[in-house]
Design a protein around this ligand. Structure first.
Ligand code: AMP
Ligand code: ZN
Length: 113
């Protein structure tokens, strides 16, 4: 999508610290980290969010989570990490290109705020 922030990162129009990439997904450091590890994993195809996802997006969403697990393994944070999708403005979604937050490297409280 032309003016989507994360599509622009994918097109290299905006710099990001790349962590991982494969055919379908791309991962980069969150600009405003909320934990020692805070990585965003996005599908390379623009999907607005979980709410808007269709069965066609199922594999892509799964791949984003598997990429998160791979990064967590690489970072040695498997003692405990969290994958989060903020869905809709009231949950804090501010970028409307589906993204999985990978948070870890500190103890995480439950329930989240
Ligand atoms: P959400 O609030 O769930 O939509 O998450 C959007 C995330 O994108 C936030 O955690 C932001 O800190 C992060 N973010 C916004 N702009 C950038 C950017 N240019 N590079 C990396 N992360 C960003
Ligand atoms: Zn996009």
């Amino acid at each position: 999508m032309i003016d989507c922030l994360f599509c622009r990162i994918l097109r290299n129009e905006i710099p990001a610290k790349k962590i991982y990439e494969d055919e379908h997904t791309f991962a980069f450091e969150d600009i405003n980290p909320q934990a020692p590890t805070h990585v965003l994993i996005i599908p390379k195809r623009h999907v607005r969010g979980l709410k808007e996802a269709t069965p066609e997006d199922a594999e892509l969403i799964g791949r984003c989570h598997l990429a998160a697990a791979h990064i967590a393994r690489q970072r040695g944070i498997e003692d405990g990490y969290r994958t989060v999708l903020n869905v809709g403005p009231q949950a804090g979604q501010s970028v409307f290109h589906l993204h999985v937050h990978l948070l870890g490297g500190r103890s995480l409280h439950w329930p989240p705020g």
